[in-house]
Write a protein that binds this ligand. Structure first.
Ligand code: NAP
Length: 432
């Protein structure tokens, strides 16, 4: 028998557990650990609440969790309740699938002002992440800005622009729905430091902006290279650029606008004690395709500024860490310690990208300790004893199902699903 600990219950963690389960069958026990009492990481706290079809992938993860050899152990923080060295004593291999939950910083003056929030915080707020339940983003001004030209920037701009009606069937949390419903924001400016040909936005997500009930996307065709230049783009990007160009043909006859401002690099955030405007420098592309400032600056009014410029992983004591992720070679950090997903390769790719990633690492584990081999390590039994000694009360699969049931029971027909937003509420639901 082998014992494996997968730390983190987002997509990377679940695909790795699935791969290990397939490789070892009943020759291994796999524990998926999470710091929260409930699983799914990015699926629960990161994927937009109005993208239910993407969230449905969790059904596949449910199947993994229901397999005989797999257990969920929640409410346990690695590095605080138990160290990685202790896990390595208890398990044959430890796989860190901790994602990248921290916002990268712009590094410009004024970034710490009230009114400036990172996308992890903002997305966490509308998705019911317990750490961001009290974020209270300022929605009382007419202008917001979102920095970045990726899919997360699109998510944030779209959520800021949707009507209450458009959230039906989503699982946005009540506090965010109420706040957004009374929001005064009428213009959301998306600031891209490079041009339309350099966006990291995918066609499906861009296409949605053309069909919003109360908001219209706005582009300036002067930002675009001649249309013939689109031929050289890879098909997905070409489609995105075609969609962006098409926004110029839409009638801006809706009360809200989502304005694409390209070649605009933030250089400062200003305001009287709180953000009121973001100063941007006009850029041009240098010979390597990077954004080079031209010296010309202008201001964009914004009392809410969401930075959506990428994420980094949480460091864990004694695990080598560099450039926002764990130092690893094809997933291997040190003997029997691995990283998968964003903790391994940084915050890029779709949910599905984590599947081959998890399977590759599981293959490496299986090569190092073939199915049928065994060890004397204790696995979950030893971990639970250690946690009990330390007064930590883990949650299990049945607890999480009970929490889910309680949340589902709170939903009102036709309304977004009601979710708990505090760890205490989750624990109360299971009688703790
Ligand atoms: P991303 O795709 O890497 O985009 C980050 C954006 O921030 C880029 O436009 C980048 O510009 C810009 N940026 C970085 N540093 C900057 C700075 N200092 N100043 C101004 N702009 C800066 O990251 P993401 O949007 O966070 O998305 C993360 C991953 O999740 C991506 O793979 C994304 O596709 C995926 N995702 C998918 C979905 C979906 O499928 N529905 C939804 C959300 C996220 P440069 O290009 O110039 O560096």
């Amino acid at each position: 028998m082998r014992h494996f600990a997968v730390v983190g219950s987002g997509p990377a963690g679940f695909y790795t557990a699935e791969a290990l389960e397939k490789a070892y069958g009943d020759q291994a026990r796999i524990d998926i650990l999470d710091r929260y009492p409930v699983p799914y990481g990015l699926i629960r706290f990161g994927v937009a609440p109005d993208h239910q079809s993407l969230k449905a992938v969790s059904k596949r993860y449910d199947k993994v969790a229901e397999s005989a050899g797999v257990d969920f152990i929640g409410n346990v923080t690695i590095g605080r309740d138990v160290s990685v060295a202790e896990l390595l004593d208890l398990y044959d291999a430890v796989i860190l699938a901790t994602g990248a939950p921290h916002d990268r910083k712009l590094g410009i003056p004024g970034e710490d002002m009230t009114g400036v929030v990172g996308s992890a915080e903002f997305v966490g707020w509308y998705n019911g992440h317990p750490e961001f339940a009290d974020l209270d983003p300022p929605l009382g001004g007419a202008h917001a800005a979102v920095v970045g030209a990726g899919n997360v920037a699109l998510d944030c701009a779209r959520i800021l622009s949707k009507t209450r009606h458009e959230f039906e069937g989503s699982d946005i949390v009540g506090h965010a729905l109420e706040a957004l419903d009374s929001s005064a924001i009428r213009t959301v400016t998306i600031l891209g430091r490079r041009g339309p040909h350099q966006v990291a936005m995918t066609p499906k997500e861009l296409g949605e902006l053309g069909h919003l009930e109360a908001a219209a996307p706005v582009v300036d065709l002067a930002d675009f290279p001649p249309v013939e230049a689109d031929d050289a783009l890879e098909p997905g990007l070409r489609k995105s650029v075609t969609l962006l160009r098409g926004f110029a043909d839409l009638e801006p006859n809706k009360p809200k606008r989502i304005v694409f401002d390209f070649f605009a690099k933030p250089v400062a955030i200003e305001g009287d004690g709180r953000a009121e405007r973001i100063i941007v420098e006009k850029t041009m592309l240098d010979e390597k395709g990077a954004a080079r400032g031209t010296g010309e600056t202008y201001e964009v009014p914004a009392s809410l500024i969401v930075t959506a410029i990428g994420y980094s992983t949480s460091p864990i004591a004694d695990v080598p860490f560099e450039g926002g992720k764990f130092v690893n070679s094809r997933g291997l950090i040190t003997d029997r310690l691995y990283a998968v997903g964003w903790a391994r390769r940084g915050p890029t790719g779709t949910i599905g990208t984590n599947r081959p990633d998890g399977y590759e690492v599981a293959d490496q584990v299986a090569a190092a300790m073939p199915a049928g081999s065994s060890s004397e390590r204790e696995g979950a039994e030893g971990l639970k004893r250690l946690l009990q000694e330390r007064g930590v009360m883990p949650t299990d699969y049945d607890d999480w199902c009970k929490i889910e049931e309680t949340e589902t029971g709170r939903a009102r027909p036709g309304s977004p699903r009601e979710k708990f937003v505090r760890v205490e509420d989750w624990l109360q639901a299971i009688g703790r």
